[in-house]
Design a protein around this ligand. Structure first.
Ligand SMILES: [Mn+2]
Length: 333
């Protein structure tokens, strides 16, 4: 049950999967941690200007634990006066459930991040309508119904109560069977008394699906993590949710960002080999010019070249590569 009804907001700003981390992921070549902190700060500032409650769809962090103190300090400072509400994603927790060892728990305890769930939801009164934000964190079941009787009634200035059911938004972080998403495991269905379900986790923007009275949407994330084709066209956006007498309205808010080519290393192209040099050696030289924190370049290079070695030598090379690239050591799927 919610502990209070918020009256000071005009709407929400929903953003997905920031994946904050201290090092450069994949082939990113910019100052990743500060760039992502700035994206979050932009969202919070936008919320202050437009009187919105910030909402996160999970995966605030990329690595659940051992995040730098300077980054944690910045986040705590940023969210002190503009707390975020939201769910946790698979990257926020090392175990299936969020616990005290995970960085997100620090932010929850500082009051900067308030987790919402089926039982512990957020509620506000906006332009004469009651609004609910509830959700299912990673691996938590998506319900078939929401009990509107749990939502506190509020009276307006004249003392009258709104007899209409509340507007309900449900947050998820799941592999949902959206069209054009090949790893869908959860089918789309109507959720009684829920108007809109907003999903994080799937980083691409996908077409909404209307299931009875519930619309399922997948806005995509605000951070481009990989050098994939879909990311080349992806524009990082948050969703501005407006609440009026007639219902909910969603508008895109573009998060300031640099062009794709400025944040990622170019894809590796075959280099002209100098006389007598093997493709393996010239490829290694190429790699040293494009160092990535995560070893993404090394892994890709090895995949291309490992075939030329005897199996036992190849095994040793791959084992060594695995040891030095944390990406594999901390693979929180
Ligand atoms: Mn994610």
């Amino acid at each position: 049950m919610p502990d209070k009804v918020h009256h000071q907001y005009e709407g929400l700003l929903i953003f997905g999967d920031p994946h904050l981390e201290g090092r450069q992921p994949n082939f990113r070549k910019d100052d990743y941690p500060n760039v992502i902190l700035k994206k979050i700060e932009f969202c919070l500032e936008y919320c202050r200007q437009h009187k919105l409650q910030p909402v996160c769809l999970g995966d605030l962090f990329d690595k659940p634990r051992d995040n730098s103190n300077w980054m944690m300090g910045n986040l705590i400072e940023m969210t002190q006066h503009t707390p975020i509400i939201g769910i946790f994603g698979n990257h926020d927790c090392a175990q299936p459930e969020l616990n005290d060892d995970d960085s997100l728990s620090v932010l929850v305890k500082s009051g900067g991040y308030k987790l919402v769930s089926a039982a512990d939801f957020w509620t506000g009164s906006i332009n004469g309508r009651r609004l609910v934000v509830a959700g299912s964190s990673y691996r938590h079941p998506i319900p078939k119904t929401f009990d509107c009787r749990l939502v506190p009634q509020v009276s307006d200035k004249s003392g009258s109560k709104d007899a209409r059911p509340p507007l309900v938004i449900w947050l998820t972080h799941h592999d949902i069977s959206f069209k054009e998403y090949e790893n869908g495991r959860t089918s789309v269905h109507e959720i009684e008394n829920v108007d809109v379900l907003v999903n994080g986790h799937i980083h691409r923007r996908l077409d909404p699906i209307v299931a009875g009275k519930t619309t399922w949407i997948n806005p995509g994330n605000i951070t481009r993590r990989s050098r994939s084709e879909s990311n080349q066209a992806h524009v990082p956006k948050a969703l501005h949710v407006k609440v009026s007498d007639v219902g909910l309205k969603f508008e895109d808010v573009v998060i300031p960002h640099k062009p794709f080519d400025e944040i990622f290393h170019e894809a590796m192209v075959p280099t002209e080999q100098s006389h007598g040099e093997s493709a393996f050696i010239s490829g290694l030289k190429e790699l040293t010019n494009r160092r990535t924190d995560s070893g993404a370049g090394l892994n890709e290079f090895l995949k291309e070249n490992i075939g030329q070695f005897e199996p036992d030598v190849a095994d040793q090379i791959l084992t060594l590569a695995k040891e030095i690239t944390q990406e594999d050591a901390h693979n929180y799927a």
